[in-house]
Design a protein around this ligand. Structure first.
Ligand SMILES: [Zn+2]
Length: 198
């Protein structure tokens, strides 16, 4: 079964093999306050006894359309909570469809790591990447990445920038006219070229 078929509402197999896990929903709530400033919508959390529901090697799945998180059974408590945090990060970055474990995700893991959230060792490995320094040139790169590489809708650009630079959008906006950069990127200008009033 492919991951995208891991749909609770319309799939009787998922209903038969995935059981709601209220104790993990309590953890969801706890982690939401501790690591996400209660910004995430509450998801239902399920434990599934069919490993086939998951992509190879993956321990969980976040269904952002259904607001449900599925986790494999048989994991240790630590691995279960690490998986929960991983899937919660996906729920935060719900607009990223094309490269769910791309740069943005790694930036988010790095943020979570700083807060001491449970993360697996393989994930801790990935998060050596430091976030970009905020300047016009980097803003152009990040906006290009968001709009062209991730194809995220324009309305999510502020959120995307906040994540990338760990700053509120109001601060980021102070350094340049972001609307102009967006138009340049969408208009196919050369957005990655260094900019002289940098
Ligand atoms: Zn993932």
């Amino acid at each position: 079964m492919k991951k995208e078929e891991l749909n609770f509402e319309h799939n009787p197999f998922v209903q038969a093999f995935c059981k709601r896990a209220p104790e993990l929903e309590i953890y969801f709530h706890l982690f939401n306050s501790k690591y996400f400033r209660v910004k995430l919508e509450q998801y239902r959390v399920y434990i599934c006894s069919k490993p086939k529901f998951f992509a190879h090697g993956s321990a969980g799945y976040c269904s952002t359309d259904e607001k449900r998180i599925f986790i494999r059974n048989g994991l240790s408590k630590n691995a279960t909570l690490q998986t929960l945090v991983h899937e919660m990060a996906h729920s935060k970055l719900y607009w990223i469809r094309k490269t769910p474990h791309g740069k943005m995700f790694i930036v988010e893991l790095s943020r979570l790591r700083k807060l001491g959230a449970p993360l697996s060792l393989s994930e801790l490995d990935q998060v050596k990447v430091e976030p970009f320094r905020l300047n016009v040139r980097n803003l152009r790169k990040v906006i290009f990445h968001a709009l062209i590489i991730e194809s995220i809708p324009r309305k999510f650009v502020p959120k995307y920038l906040e994540l990338e630079f760990f700053l509120p959008y109001s601060e980021i906006k102070k350094i340049t006219d972001i609307g102009k950069i967006i138009s340049a990127v969408l208009g196919g200008d050369a957005p990655l070229l260094p900019h002289h009033h940098n």
